[in-house]
Design a binder for this molecule. Structure first.
Ligand code: CAO
Length: 478
């Protein structure tokens, strides 16, 4: 466990051209000429640590600094480190204030080397002096060894995570008695302090409402307390708990960025939704029957090939659902190909490759194509050809779960469907008996500028008919 060990990377190039060449446990060894300004970067310290808190500066801008002289005290969640200089010169810039989180690979200070200074660092001086190794078995450097026990005015020894908890709970850390080594304030100390805070110490509720079954057990004192309402009554208040963790900002990139663009464009289109329940007993039975045959041919057969073929057959009767609208919404382009997009949950995120020309493919061929796309999707190797040219999209979210969905169009397409999980549910048969039935809910969204609800419903009914009587598909397949 190294925490901030090797914290200073010696960067010996001018300020404006800082690069980070440090590796964990090593320092950059470029040689600077005397009289040059060098930047000390916070090196990559490993362990997933990306930042260290600046606890204290031992220098200020304009100070002279000698080799081996302490510069700063830093702390990560794992260690407390005193950083010493390996150069003699003048501090020209301090990049962080006390309390800031210094980012790995960014400069801590700039030093103008003395004219007499040899920029090659002395090997013996290369190691910074760690003043502690971990939050539980830590040693602080003399400069930071001030006790953090209750009421002490010196710097409080603790980790950024504990500081964050304290900040989020408005706790003055100098008031917390640290039980760690050298008075370090541990997370448990803050939690204990919270428990002992006046709020947590208010009288727990002693009353319980009687019910038919007897008295309601009182709520645990650590969970709630009582307070007086404006109207003079008593109310339960959930005792404030320590919050661990903090908000994070993450850049939107890659597939997610593409999703932002597509979905923002989709939001400009007036959608309408339509859902129906499909009885898929026969499709389930047929798939079970054909699955081993497909497997013997090296293909995994799921329900999707049946569902996609049924869509293509129904699109023949309702081609407007397989169309797109031009930019100024003056033309509908009826697509000759049924390039059916399949929303895929991949390790890289949501991706929608399409199966080309489903109108001329057999169910087995659709399964083959789907297998190929799934494999490529998993490996992150789907190419432009598979990802462009879609004309209609289906999202089988039911693989993951759920019943109803509200799919959002993939412009310039005009229709999208989402499938819920196939479930065995009680339904009435024609004689009024309750029978276990395989039910799948389909939810459609369509571009209401060019598609009306009746067309959508008629399409859905035809598609449903194919799925509820899959043999009917044979009649219409080429
Ligand atoms: N209900 C119940 N079971 C289902 C089902 C459903 N709706 N759909 C599929 N299954 C079953 C399959 O038959 C298969 O079972 P077997 O092992 O017995 O054959 C199993 O679930 C896994 O199926 P699969 O995922 O391998 O294959 P698929 O062809 O059914 O689906 C794909 C492929 C790519 C659509 C799916 O894997 C997927 O990624 N779905 C998520 C789509 C998604 O994220 N949508 C959200 C988009 S909007 O943000």
């Amino acid at each position: 466990m190294t925490g901030c060990r090797g914290v200073l990377a010696k960067e010996t190039i001018p300020l404006s051209a800082t690069i980070s060449t440090a590796r964990r446990g090593f320092h950059a060894t470029r040689v600077a000429s005397s009289g040059q300004t060098i930047q000390f970067n916070l090196a990559d310290v490993g362990e997933g640590i990306t930042e260290c808190e600046v606890l204290k500066w031992h220098v200020k801008e304009g100070d002279r600094i000698e080799e081996f002289q302490p510069i700063a005290e830093l702390q990560s969640d794992k260690a407390n480190v005193e950083v010493t200089s390996r150069y003699t010169g003048k501090i020209t810039k301090i990049h962080y204030a006390v309390g800031d989180l210094a980012k790995v690979h960014t400069p801590l200070v700039d030093i103008l080397l003395d004219a007499s200074e040899s920029a090659a660092p002395a090997a013996a001086a290369a190691a910074p002096s760690p003043s502690s190794s971990s939050s539980s078995s830590s040693q602080s450097s003399p400069s930071s060894s001030s006790s953090s026990s209750s009421g002490h005015s010196g710097p409080v020894l603790t980790t950024p995570a504990v500081r964050r908890i304290a900040k989020e709970n408005s706790i003055d850390l100098s008031k917390v008695a640290g039980t760690g080594r050298d008075g370090r304030v541990l997370k448990e100390d803050v939690l204990a302090y919270l428990e002992g805070s006046p709020l947590a110490h208010q009288a727990p509720p002693q009353f319980a409402l009687p019910t038919a079954a007897g008295a309601v057990p009182p709520l645990p004192p650590s969970v709630t307390t009582t307070t007086t309402t404006e109207a003079g009554g008593l109310a339960h208040v959930v005792a404030r708990k320590a919050v661990v963790g903090a908000d994070r900002e993450v850049e939107i990139r890659g597939l997610q960025r593409a999703m932002v663009k597509t979905m923002t464009a989709a939001n400009q289109i007036p959608h309408f939704g339509y859902s129906d329940e499909i009885v898929v007993d026969q499709m389930v039975a047929l798939r079970d029957e054909l699955k081993p045959i497909a497997e013997a041919r090296g293909v995994k057969l799921s329900y999707m090939p049946f569902i996609l073929k049924a869509i293509s057959l129904a699109l023949k009767s309702y081609p407007v659902l397989n169309s797109s609208v031009n930019a100024d919404v003056s033309k509908i382009i009826y697509k000759a190909s049924h390039n059916l997009g399949v929303a895929m949950d991949t390790p890289q995120g949501l991706i929608v490759p399409n199966i080309k020309d489903v109108q001329v493919l057999t169910i087995f061929e659709i399964a083959q194509e789907l297998n190929r796309l799934q494999r490529l999707g998993k490996e992150g190797r789907l190419g432009k050809e598979d990802l462009t040219g879609g004309t209609f999209t289906l999202s089988n979210i039911g693989v993951i779960g759920g019943t109803y969905a509200k799919p959002v169009l993939m412009p310039p397409e005009v229709t999208i469907g989402a499938l819920g999980k196939i479930q065995k549910l009680p339904r009435f048969d024609e004689r009024g008996n309750v029978v276990p039935t395989h039910i799948m809910i389909a939810s459609w969204s369509a571009d209401h500028r060019v598609i009306d609800g009746a067309t959508m419903a008629n399409f859905s009914n035809l598609w449903k008919n194919y799925l509820e009587n899959p043999k009917a598909m044979l009649m219409d397949m080429q």
